[in-house]
Ligand binder design. Structure first.
Ligand code: AHR
Length: 499
């Protein structure tokens, strides 16, 4: 089989906002406690953060981390996480029915973020709280000095403001499971007024309004339209969330599920633009895909767990190779929509539906999904080119005309590089891949790599080295045409330099 793409250096779809390679740390399960933070671990630094975990995170090169939830934020009092640790309250945490010790709070997390070389995407509680708590938290974080909350921050050890730029107005407020869930009108009004107050405190921030928790919600579409009608003038992004599963155990069908992500993005863009037209506004609302990943392997075990443990192992999906391919397809989809998707957060980062896992008192290890994200985040920076692609297609149980090969082409002018990411969905057949890249002088191959396995169910939990990125020796460059063979069930990256 053969797949071809054509593109031109000057045909730019969009500048990639680096925040598209964001991730997420929630106070949930072992993400924070016994994840990023384990003070008695031999690799813990003086703040209690594990340096081996930080090293793995730094390999992923994550520019933005959403915090502190997720469902957790809808019952969280941010004030519980400031001041002397020994005075902080232990709370019943209702979203995940655990006990929250508040040992890690705002200041600790901001210090961790610095070590992880990342910015924080801070969520405010619009479940049990509202405008007042949100504006106070923002004043605490971003106002330089001379007011109650800014001085409190200074007293608590942070002389300089945290200057957090990206903020989420609550989390999944349409979901019946959410503490303080709301109708679209209730949430729309609250988000509008909260956003207004927050922008009065600091007009340099960017705000994310909650879209639907998934495109399968019964109110999807109507929810987006209504909340935007209320809050349009004060917000910058609308959120999307999507989790994939393979309960049917049908790999060919499962790998087509990235098409749902593409459809979801296009539908939400259409709604944003419909509200823009109705309002006669000049402002464009972009998208924050602030939760996306595979999540299903751990659901049955989690449903049987007893409540009220501290840091119980929750949502600890053990990922396999087909999950890594779908995550790779997700990245390609996000990049090919980078004209509107400016923020995306792989949910989550450590232990909880995560690319990075830790063993208490023990090692850190990488799940299969780590590798496509790592390559894309490190090498997929710059601009996405508009591509004409041609691939043979197949049909699965739920989808029709699924291209075997999906790809995206990135122009990195700073490094004088073109980078192509490709996935071959075929279970059995290799593809001859041909890219015709016009407008480039002196193209030459830097490297071609592949992640490919015969067994889609292969994991890395028993043997952490069992899935590895390998070189693909088949790629050749002849003037502006690049050809190579991409294996069945594979994620691939080709990097080329130009003059
Ligand atoms: O990421 C896990 C959970 O999924 C988040 O807390 C919530 O927002 C979503 O339902």
């Amino acid at each position: 089989m053969k797949a071809t793409i054509k593109c031109n250096k000057n045909s730019i779809l969009a500048e990639i906002d680096k925040r598209i390679y964001g991730s997420f740390i929630e106070h949930l399960g072992r993400a924070v406690y016994d994840g990023i933070y384990e003070p008695n671990h031999p690799q813990a630094n003086e703040l209690g953060f594990r340096e081996d975990v930080l090293d793995a995170i730094n390999e992923l090169n994550v520019p933005l981390v959403r915090y502190p939830g997720g469902n957790f934020v809808s019952g969280y009092n941010w004030e519980d996480g400031i001041g002397p640790v020994e005075h902080r309250p232990r709370r019943l945490e209702l979203a995940w029915r655990s006990v929250e010790t508040n040992e890690v709070g705002l200041h600790e997390f901001m210090k961790w973020a610095e070590l992880a070389n990342t910015e924080v995407d801070m969520a405010v509680n619009l479940g049990t709280r509202g405008i007042d708590a949100a504006r106070n938290l923002l004043e605490y974080c971003n106002h330089p000095e001379g007011t109650y909350y800014s001085e409190l921050r200074k007293q608590n050890g942070a002389e300089q403001p945290f200057n957090i730029k990206t903020w989420c107005l609550g989390n999944e407020m349409d979901g019946p499971w959410q503490i303080g869930a709301k109708t679209a009108d209730e949430y729309g009004r609250l988000a509008e007024e909260t956003a207004k107050a927050m922008k009065l405190v600091d007009d340099s921030i960017e705000l994310v309004l909650c879209g639907s928790s998934s495109s399968k919600m019964p109110t999807f579409g109507e929810w987006e339209y209504t909340v935007l009608e209320h809050a349009y003038d004060y917000v910058d992004f609308l959120s999307l969330h999507l989790y994939w599963d393979n309960y049917e155990n049908d790999t060919a069908n499962y790998l087509a599920k990235s098409l749902e992500m593409d459809r979801f993005i296009k539908d939400v863009v259409a709604i944003c633009d419909a509200v823009k037209a109705k309002k006669g506004s000049n402002k464009k609302i972009n998208l924050s895909f602030d939760e996306w990943n595979v999540w299903y392997h751990s659901k049955e075990v989690d449903s049987k767990r007893d409540p009220w443990d501290i840091a119980p192992p929750l949502l600890e999906d053990i990922y396999n190779f087909e999950d890594a391919l779908l995550v790779g397809l997700g990245i390609i989809t996000l990049l090919n929509n980078a004209d509107r998707v400016k923020i995306a957060c792989l949910a989550q980062l450590v232990n909880v539906i995560a690319p990075i896992m830790t063993v208490k008192d023990g090692e850190v290890w990488k799940q299969p999904i780590f590798y496509p994200f790592m390559q894309a985040s490190n090498f997929g920076r710059g601009k996405v080119l508009t591509v004409q692609s041609n691939s043979e297609t197949y049909n699965s149980k739920e989808y029709k005309n699924i291209p075997y090969v999906e790809s995206t082409v990135i122009l990195n002018e700073e490094n004088q590089e073109v980078v192509i990411f490709m996935v071959n969905r075929s279970l059995e057949e290799s593809q001859l891949f041909e890219a015709d890249l016009s407008g480039f002088d002196g193209l030459s191959l830097i490297e071609a790599t592949e992640l490919s396995e015969n067994d889609p169910k292969k994991t890395t939990d028993k043997n952490h080295e069992s899935i590895k990125i390998k070189n693909n020796q088949s790629f050749r460059v002849e003037s502006n045409v690049i050809t190579g063979e991409i294996k069945p069930l594979s994620w691939n990256m080709v990097r080329l330099s130009f003059e």
